[in-house]
Ligand binder design. Structure first.
Ligand code: HEM
Length: 423
């Protein structure tokens, strides 16, 4: 227990030094305080790979504490649910995001959205990778997957931004919470008529599928569908955006590895998997033991808040050699399993709450990377400066200005390779 309450080692989540490189601090915690109690936020931090993976898998660690962040907006997002209810809703939501459904409906949607953004980059010697591409793609894909009219994209974007602010509101700022509650009313006002319409006459997209979905005689209520939409908007946009930014930052910062990927597109999956390990876009998962729990040489009292720091676990030197190095050919990362439940990194979580959108994320990021590489034969950071990452609960670069000597002038055709969807 004493190793969880160090007196000399202090952590300030908001200090510029910490935000610049939390990994230095995580290394100290992994070595000396594997169970660290952070008094200002009344939370226990786990940083070692084996402890984080155990807490995410063991049903004695509940996800109910996510209600603190979500509860005023959504009652039943997948991440709040446990037990049978979680299994039923997970099946309903995940089916269209996987396998044949993904192939038939979603891949063409992704290709269309990537090409539309690519068109906007034609003829440009310089562009902002974040605002011109990465931040725009997943919101456009999500809107199309849901079956929302593209003219309402900016409304979904507003909802998404509010959700993201609430997800990072560990301090419980009441103004942010109030904004979240207002947003949900607007979302319900928008979605209820759409759900009613889809119940009478099915249409394209996931909302329509959820409106008629049934498992063991259980149908989703209108409120359930709003919660499902909340699950997807909160989990499936920011993560993809941030992975795209980190992927291109890593590749451009390592021209030798970029050249390998450019000439052997099979390695795109390796580069994405390694980026997820090194720069997990969501760095922290919340848990709460349902009884006193002994772990990492100490005890976490029942119902205490636990931050499982997956960003630290993915860089634990007990699990990965030279863990801070970007290496698309590292032997200790199994790329064949990197996008399924048995992955040996934890960027998609692990256990019963493993990401339902992992395959969709792989498809979206791979298609985007391939189309960008087809069009740009050289990409550099503007001013040759590698942009710095920042963030605690989520982490990536905020801006990334790129330049090219030979901007593409025409949109090239793209043929999807189904091998991309093999695990
Ligand atoms: C690179 C992109 C992504 C990353 C790194 C990521 C990461 C994660 C992680 C770490 C979890 C586990 C949460 C926990 O255990 O507390 C999770 C769950 C989830 N993800 Fe993703 N995600 C990504 C993309 C997506 C996409 C594209 C979607 C949907 C369209 C999605 C939907 C979900 C949902 C609904 C859950 C909750 C699953 C459950 O609780 O059973 N994610 N994701």
């Amino acid at each position: 227990m004493e190793n969880s309450r160090p007196s000399l080692f202090k952590l300030d989540y908001n200090s510029p030094e910490f935000l610049k490189s939390p990994f230095r601090y995580y290394r100290i915690m992994q070595a000396r305080y594997p169970l660290y109690f952070h008094a200002p936020t009344n939370a226990y931090l786990l940083t070692r790979y084996e402890d984080v993976a155990l807490a995410l898998k063991d049903p004695l660690f509940s996800t109910a504490c996510n209600d603190d962040l979500f509860g005023h907006m959504f009652r039943k997002t997948l991440i709040q649910l446990e037990g049978q209810e979680h299994i039923v809703f997970r099946n309903m939501i995940s089916t269209p995001l996987r396998g044949k459904d993904l192939m038939q409906h979603t891949i063409p949607v992704i290709i269309k959205q990537v090409q539309a953004l690519m068109e906007g980059l034609l003829g440009r010697k310089q562009f902002n990778f974040v605002s011109d591409f990465a931040a725009r793609l997943p919101i456009a894909v999500m809107t199309a997957i849901l079956g929302v009219d593209p003219k309402d994209l900016s409304f979904i974007q507003q909802c998404y931004k509010t959700i993201v602010r609430n997800l990072g509101n560990f301090a419980g700022n009441p103004a942010i919470k109030a904004e979240g509650s207002r947003m949900v009313i607007a979302l319900c006002n928008y979605m209820y008529p759409l759900i009613r319409q889809y119940r009478l006459q099915p249409g394209p997209g996931l909302i329509s599928l959820l409106s008629s979905a049934e498992i063991h005689g259980i149908k989703m209520t209108d409120q359930d569908i709003i919660d499902a939409i909340g699950s997807l908007i909160s989990a499936g946009i920011e993560t993809v955006d941030r992975t795209l930014r980190s992927l291109f930052r890593n590749l451009i910062a390592h021209p030798d590895q970029l050249a390998l990927v450019r000439h052997n597109r099979h390695l795109v999956s390796h580069a994405i998997a390694e980026t997820l390990r090194l720069n997990a876009p969501a760095q922290i998962m919340l848990r709460q033991p349902i009884e006193d729990y002994y772990i990492a040489g100490g005890m976490i009292p029942a119902h205490a808040r636990v931050l499982c720091i997956i960003g630290a676990a993915n860089r634990d030197s007990r699990k990965f050699s030279h863990p801070d190095t970007f290496d698309i050919n590292r032997p200790d990362l199994d790329v064949n399993k990197a996008f399924i439940g048995s992955a040996n990194h934890v960027a998609f979580g692990t256990g019963r709450h493993f990401c339902v959108g992992a395959m969709l994320a792989k498809a979206e990021i791979s298609i985007a990377a391939n189309i960008l590489l087809d069009h740009f034969s050289d990409l550099r950071f503007l001013d040759n400066k590698i942009p710095a990452e920042t963030g605690f609960s989520t982490r990536t670069v905020l801006r990334m200005n790129l330049e090219t000597t030979e901007p593409p002038t025409t949109l090239l055709p793209y043929t999807f390779d189904p091998a991309l969807l093999e695990p």
